[in-house]
Design a protein around this ligand. Structure first.
Ligand code: DC
Length: 221
């Protein structure tokens, strides 16, 4: 039986990949893999268990055993050990921990099979950092979204303020650049476009424009 088709959407935080991936998946009736959420849950779990992140085997073994459930209490909701962690994983600490555990090769290996399991008919839209390069190298369409760091920090700022969470724009920009550096410079599965990926700069584009562009590219793929 041939494998279900995959659209891989990679890019840095704030490039819009989460929103775009979710809209494209909904339009096509495909499943969605938010791979960043897996790294975020692992980061939060490590933090709760006060794991030493230099103990890579302990982090990997926790990654293998994680009890994660998506969508139990609505779209975008995530549970760890049956407890809602949707807000915790999106906090600054959750972002920082995700980027740190994402740099651990053994943790990435432990999460690999879990990600493959999302590939089910009629198809999958997978968003992350290495969907097109490592996890689904045979994806039908590979998109790499970018946007300037300033624009990405502004988007994050608006998102936080919209949720009633205090935020300081220069601090957000500094943290974002730090995470970008860690994600792009790590040895294993660094953030970079696959050779056959189509790069879209979303700085001056609306969500609708990017979604339509991706759908059009998929029709022609
Ligand atoms: O996509 P996101 O912002 O939710 O991802 C949070 C962090 O998780 C990101 O800084 C790096 C890590 N990550 C990763 O290493 N590989 C992925 N496929 C997805 C996320």
């Amino acid at each position: 039986m041939s494998k279900a088709p995959v659209i891989a959407i990679d890019g840095p935080s704030g490039s819009g990949k989460g929103t775009i991936a979710s809209r494209v998946a909904k339009t096509l009736g495909y499943s969605l893999l938010d791979s960043g959420a897996l790294y975020r849950v692992l980061g939060v779990a490590c933090n709760r268990k006060k794991l030493d992140l230099t103990d890579h085997q302990a982090v990997a073994s926790l990654a293998k055993d994680l009890d994660i459930e998506f969508g139990r209490s609505g779209e975008g909701s995530v549970c760890l050990d049956s407890i809602e962690v949707s807000l915790d994983i999106r906090s600054d600490l959750g972002s920082d921990m995700a980027s740190r555990v994402g740099a651990i090769g053994a943790a990435r290996e432990a999460l690999f099979e879990r990600q493959l399991a999302f590939r089910q008919p009629p198809g999958l839209v997978a968003d992350g950092r290495d969907m097109g390069t490592v996890v689904f190298p045979d994806a039908e369409l590979k998109i790499f979204l970018t946007a300037s760091p300033e624009e990405r920090a502004k988007r994050r700022y608006k998102q936080l303020i919209g949720k009633g969470i205090d935020a300081i724009l220069p601090d957000l920009l500094r943290d974002l650049k730090e995470r970008d550096k860690r994600d792009t410079e790590r040895v294993i599965s660094p953030l970079k476009p696959a050779e056959d990926a189509i790069v879209i700069d979303t700085t001056d584009l609306s969500i609708d424009q990017v979604v339509n562009q991706v759908l059009e590219l998929y029709r022609c793929a």
